[in-house]
Design a protein around this ligand. Structure first.
Ligand code: SF4
Ligand code: SF4
Length: 71
């Protein structure tokens, strides 16, 4: 039997929309993996660290963070 492994892994991407962000810093504090950090221009999301717990999405007071499935 041949298994198409490309369909076995679901990947997602976290997007932080700068224009919706108030700069409250909540996501920086509550992320259990420190996967959202301050970058040189704006916040950055570290894909390799994220465990997709969705805490940042649930707790961002302005709805600036979203998750998109990318395959
Ligand atoms: S989904 Fe969870 S682990 Fe990923 S950036 Fe948000 S709070 Fe951090
Ligand atoms: S929790 Fe939302 S509004 Fe606050 S810094 Fe993070 S992205 Fe910006």
């Amino acid at each position: 039997m041949t298994v198409d492994t490309s369909t076995l892994v679901t990947r997602s991407q976290i997007t932080i929309t700068e224009s919706d962000c108030s700069g409250c810093g909540t996501c920086l504090v509550i992320c259990p993996k420190r996967a959202i950090v301050k970058g040189p221009v704006f916040l950055e999301w570290l894909s390799s660290a994220c465990i997709f717990c969705d805490a940042c999405i649930d707790l961002c007071p302005t709805g600036a963070i979203s998750e998109t499935r990318i395959n």
